[in-house]
Design a protein around this ligand. Structure first.
Ligand SMILES: [Cu+2]
Length: 84
């Protein structure tokens, strides 16, 4: 378990999804007004449709880069980067 991973997004944080990191867990919160999803490009994790204000959490136990996207909006991309 990584206690303090440094997480960031590339190339830009997905609009309307707020990234919050605590104790190795990343939480995405839908700050918009329409549905979004958070789906790992590799299938490692995936949320269902998130309604406004709904959130989804994933705990990262290994270092690496984890690209993800929104299934609903093609331009919504991000990468969680977990450093040792
Ligand atoms: Cu979306």
């Amino acid at each position: 378990m990584l206690e303090r991973p440094r997480c960031s997004t590339r190339p830009a944080p997905p609009l309307l999804l707020l990234l919050k990191v605590k104790n190795g867990t990343v939480r995405w919160t839908n700050e918009g007004t329409v549905l979004h999803t958070v789906v790992s490009d590799s299938g490692f994790f995936g949320s269902g449709p998130l309604t406004p204000k709904a959130w989804y959490e994933v705990r990262f136990d290994s270092v690496g880069a984890f690209p993800y996207h929104c299934n609903i909006h093609a331009g919504m991309l991000g990468t969680v980067v977990v450093d040792p």
